[in-house]
Design a protein around this ligand. Structure first.
Ligand code: GLN
Length: 210
């Protein structure tokens, strides 16, 4: 089984490691360049993208990670991790650093205060059609969305009109919240906290495909 790292500087590292193991991978924490060099794929967890971006610099991982992405390392970014994978960020903090690699503009904290956090059932290409075909329960926590995506970005999911509790998601309906470009995968939501390993299984398949 492939060895998949979880960037372990900040954020919900443990939950991603558990989801990766449930999806059949061996999960290891990554904090140092040598650890990054030893993995077949990497998850960038949710958390705070400004903090994770700063810590990448502090831990000497910023350039190695950019080089690994350029060399084709499969990387999956969830929420803050999606922001880190975007080539362009709207609502970035002063001096906010990202890794980039996906030709898209991501808007931070996009859903606005009243719907900071909500859940929705989504069709996600390559995910909700697996293992019985149930929609994916998605959890959005001060989440970004994709404002604009280039032609090489494959859209995997968009936001429906209503959350599972029936409340409207406001201006978010129709926005892209899961996307793939080559070996890079990004979701605005947090599949690591729902007990459904199918998003991680998609990523493990991408890693195994090499
Ligand atoms: N709002 C956070 C950010 O901008 C992301 C939130 C999350 O990862 N749950 O980095």
């Amino acid at each position: 089984s492939p060895t998949v790292g979880v960037l372990a500087l900040q954020g919900d590292v443990r939950e991603h490691a558990a989801a990766l193991e449930a999806a059949g991978a061996r999960a290891v924490p990554v904090r140092r360049p040598a650890e990054l060099a030893a993995v077949d794929g990497l998850v960038l967890p949710g958390g705070e993208s400004t903090t994770i971006g700063k810590l990448l610099g502090v831990f000497g991982l910023e350039d190695p990670l950019r080089e690994a992405v350029a060399a084709g390392l499969p990387v999956y970014g969830s929420c803050a991790g999606m922001i880190l994978l975007a080539d362009r960020v709207e609502g970035a903090a002063d001096g906010q650093r990202t890794v980039g690699g996906m030709d898209m503009t991501v808007r931070r904290n996009a859903f606005g205060r009243q719907v900071d956090s909500f859940e929705a059932d989504l069709e996600v290409a390559g995910v909700s059609d697996q293992d019985g075909g149930a929609p994916v329960r998605t959890v959005f926590i001060r989440a970004p969305w994709v404002e604009e995506a280039g032609p090489r970005v494959e859209v995997l999911a968009r936001i429906p009109l209503r959350a599972v509790d029936g409340s409207p998601v406001g201006t978010g309906a129709g926005k892209i919240v899961a996307a793939r470009q080559g070996r890079l995968l990004a979701t605005a939501f947090h599949p690591e906290i729902t007990g459904d390993p199918r998003v991680h299984a998609l990523f493990v398949r991408m890693v195994a495909a090499g």
